[in-house]
Design a binder for this molecule. Structure first.
Ligand code: NBP
Length: 473
């Protein structure tokens, strides 16, 4: 008997993905560089389905039906290239390599191009949901050719999370589109987490609420429009008491947030594309700042404000600020996906991205249904902010949002995520931006020219001459 699909790389993610496949009745070939992992998988979980263990790449490839489907789940970067080098010579035209690791989309574009020349489909696939998702249903974002999706789609959809019966898996677009969307998903996740952290900080150090009480506030928020996995786990974390010390758990954790790089990639790519994703950027910078102990230690003696008393209803304002900022962060991320889709000709359906993020992944939320509806109403909307629902919510929230940003400044509690989101909102709706002054300065020192509000063409002012004559450029 041959396997319909194979998984190579059986650390946490690969093992759970292989088990998920087997549990759904697919015979899975399994392989790992170090054979001990393969043996352990079959010994511990062999009863869950049909596993075909292989010690060598050759044996692994032989055990697969054709066209072969191979999922690589190894460390992103050099390890992925090494595994591709090892397997590609053993494959034949029409075979498919699915890279389920967190690859950079430019690497995926390169690998896809190289393998396409050999007739092999390379399917860079974003897989979200961590260890638990891989086992019980992740959100899956496959790129690659449409033909490869015909052969892979049903398999991947069978193991993906389901929301209202709809699988959280769809063909995102060609070559690197899947990994790009996964990257922005992670960027949005950074922004979402930062906004939640700011809301917590305001309730904790602005209102002086203990973590257990804040957990209750988050629980109540999770019954409303903010309902999401991240809000739910925030309540759980805040309600947790450290068994060793009896203190709130959040207080015994070192306040330095780490990162693996997908948030940073999102911002780097957004800089290249010229898309303002300030919410994601602030979230990445907030983590960098937290992880700069020398800088923080040195600055700790700088004075802060004298405190003033807040009213209890401030928590409701924080909820408004959180929701409004979240709308902005998601709108920015979706704009980045749109820009890349235009740049690379991917033809990504933005509403479908919202649909496949409703389950399995970290940012799963009721909110994504709203985004889906917004794109259904207007697939080419320049920004989600102007969708009827979101525009209404922003209008209702804005007074509270402004209060929260100004009060947090007065309290000396940093809220870069809330503040940058509000600045983006106000900048987009501004009648006139001071960019006019920037452009005039550029013309002054570099003769970079400017356009006029009243006439077509580009112009330059001879700033060095006493009467500053204007010339058409
Ligand atoms: P790791 O990222 O820790 O990678 C370990 C696996 O890579 C092992 O199977 C190891 O084999 C294999 N490997 C390495 Br390292 N170098 C290799 C090489 N040169 N040749 C062949 N195999 C090699 O595993 P993971 O945490 O399961 O993640 C797998 C992928 O999924 C990563 O790209 C990760 O970014 C992505 N991802 C992870 C999560 C998550 O929550 N962890 C979520 C979504 C995506 P060995 O056993 O012989 O050392």
């Amino acid at each position: 008997k041959k396997a319909v699909i194979g998984v190579t790389g059986l650390a946490t993610m690969g093992r759970n993905l292989a088990r998920n496949l087997a549990r759904h009745g697919h015979a899975v070939a399994v392989h790992n560089r170090t054979p001990a992992r393969t043996k352990a998988l079959v010994t511990e979980y062999g009863h869950e389905g049909v596993f075909l263990p292989a010690e060598t790449p050759e044996e692994f490839v032989r055990s697969l039906e054709r066209p072969r489907r191979i999922v690589i789940m190894v460390k992103a970067g050099a390890a992925t290239d090494a595994v591709i080098q090892e397997f590609a010579p053993l494959l034949e035209p029409g075979d498919m390599i699915v890279d389920g690791g967190n690859a950079h989309f430019e690497d995926t574009r390169r690998r896809e191009r190289e393998l396409r020349e050999r007739g092999i489909h390379f399917v860079g696939t974003g897989i979200s949901g961590g260890e638990e998702g891989a086992l019980n249903g992740p959100s899956i974002m496959p790129g690659g050719s449409p033909e490869s999706y015909e052969a892979l789609g049903p398999l991947l959809e069978s193991i993906a999370a389901k929301v209202e019966g709809v699988p959280c898996c769809t063909h995102v677009g060609p070559d690197g589109a899947g990994h790009f969307v996964k990257m922005v998903h992670n960027g949005i996740e950074y922004a979402d987490m930062q906004l939640i952290a700011e809301a917590y900080d305001l309730l904790r150090h602005g209102l002086g609420m203990p973590p257990a009480e804040i957990a209750e506030v988050f629980r109540s928020w999770n019954n409303g429009r903010l309902e999401s996995y991240l809000i739910e786990i925030t309540a759980e974390v805040l309600a947790h008491t450290d068994p060793a010390t009896g203190r709130p758990f959040v207080d015994v954790v070192v306040d330095q947030a780490e990162q693996k790089g997908t948030g940073r990639w999102t911002v780097q790519t957004a800089l290249d594309l010229g898309v303002p994703v300030s919410g994601i950027a602030e979230a990445v910078f907030a983590r960098s700042l937290s992880g700069s102990p020398r800088l923080r230690e040195a600055a700790r003696r700088l004075p802060g404000p004298s405190r003033f008393k807040l009213e209890q209803r401030f928590a409701d304002d924080v909820e408004q600020a959180l929701y409004a900022s979240k709308i902005v962060a998601y709108a920015q991320g979706f704009n980045q996906i749109q820009a890349a889709s235009d740049e690379y000709g991917w033809g990504i359906d933005l509403g479908a991205m919202a649909t496949i993020w409703r389950g399995g992944c970290i940012i799963r939320a009721r909110f994504l249904d709203r985004i889906r509806a917004a794109y259904a109403a207007d697939p080419r909307t320049p920004t989600l902010l102007t969708d009827d629902h979101f525009a209404g919510a922003l209008g209702d929230a804005q007074d509270s949002w402004r209060t929260v940003v100004s009060i947090s400044a007065q309290l000396g509690i940093p809220t870069p995520g809330f503040a940058t989101a509000l600045a983006y909102y106000d900048a987009l709706r501004a009648e006139r931006l001071p960019a006019a002054l920037t452009q005039a300065q550029r013309d002054f020192f570099g003769a970079h020219t400017y356009r006029r509000v009243d006439r077509e063409g580009s112009f330059h002012t001879r700033w060095e001459l006493p009467d500053r004559p204007e010339v058409g450029a």
